[in-house]
Design a binder for this molecule. Structure first.
Ligand code: GUN
Length: 298
């Protein structure tokens, strides 16, 4: 029997409705909305599209949104100046610098300059550390947070089960492993993190009760690489050429969806899976940051 499909689009809608109430309450008690600043350097079309979606989601929830668009030739010091301004701005509770950044800018210098309390991407070393030790005050990265939320809301048990992560990026793979290993709902798993240098990848993926794929390779995971009944979460977003589409491409995940669906028990689609959940978690982090900054001021 074909796997059940978890709709991230629908789940994210439910989460946004929950957040809308929280945003209203915040506005009533504080007198101003939670504010999110997005910083985009250069004009990469995919990054532009992501930033646009994030801004739209914030505005839709009644948040304040500020979009800063900077020339791709900007210097590191100039960009740091923008970050300092946003750190000091009381209308801004969340700062997101869209990655990747151009080569003249050292990514880590920028991510470390964002005030940890406004770091809604969860990329600052302070938040990475807090998350690793299970501190609930941590602002955690939105994509793995969205995956955990999907598992928990779908009633998928992680406790004691074998979760295999494919990909070791700082944005998804590493924090994903850390969250699954942590204690509590969506955690307590036995975790294997694999990556591009892993030998015989299929021998690992076949062991998975829960398989989370964030490798950036279309159709990397095929039906012969998974065991029957596996839960498959596809984090990949790949643009593949498709002349039948108006844009000349279509989005596809890292999992060969049609064939793996025949073996798995649960699977997430691309698009409409983890993507919308990531944005919902960014909104959740922005509200969390706003509440926490407001408490600190009181
Ligand atoms: N680029 C790709 N994914 C992300 C993300 O989650 N946050 C930011 N800031 N940039 C990204």
């Amino acid at each position: 029997m074909a796997a059940e499909i978890i709709s991230g689009t629908e789940m994210a809608r439910t989460i946004r409705e929950e957040l809308r109430i929280g945003v209203e309450e915040f506005k009533r008690s504080v007198g101003r909305p939670p504010g999110l600043a997005t910083v985009l350097v250069g004009s990469d079309p995919a990054s532009q599209a992501y930033v646009r979606m994030k801004k739209r989601a914030a505005v839709d929830l009644g948040m304040y949104s500020r979009q800063i668009e900077l020339d791709r030739e900007i210097t590191e010091d100039e960009l740091l100046g923008w970050i300092e301004g946003l750190n000091a701005d009381p209308d801004i509770h969340g700062i997101l610098v869209q990655l990747p950044l151009p080569p003249q800018i050292r990514k880590n210098r920028i991510l470390e300059a964002i005030h940890p309390a406004k770091d809604v991407d969860g990329f600052h070393p302070i938040n990475v550390g807090r998350m690793a030790v299970g501190d609930p005050a941590a602002l955690a990265p939105c994509t793995p947070l969205g995956v955990v939320e999907m598992l928990v809301r779908s009633g998928i048990q992680t406790r004691g089960r074998h979760a295999v992560v494919v990909g070791r990026s700082d944005i998804v793979g590493k924090p994903m492993g850390s969250m699954l290993l942590g204690t509590g709902p969506g955690g307590d798993a036995t975790v294997t993190v694999t990556h591009i240098l892993t030998q015989d990848l299929a021998s690992h993926t076949r062991m998975a009760d829960i398989l989370i794929v964030a490798a950036g390779h279309p159709s990397l995971i095929t039906a012969d690489m998974v065991k029957p009944g596996v839960v498959v979460i596809d984090v990949g977003v790949n643009r593949v050429a498709d002349s039948s589409r108006e844009k000349g491409y279509r989005l596809t995940g890292d999992v060969a969806f049609d064939e793996v669906r025949e073996v798995a028990s649960v699977i997430t689609p691309v698009p409409g899976g983890v993507g919308p959940m990531t944005i919902a978690m960014l909104m959740s982090n922005t509200l969390k940051a706003a509440r926490s900054l407001n408490r600190a001021m009181a």
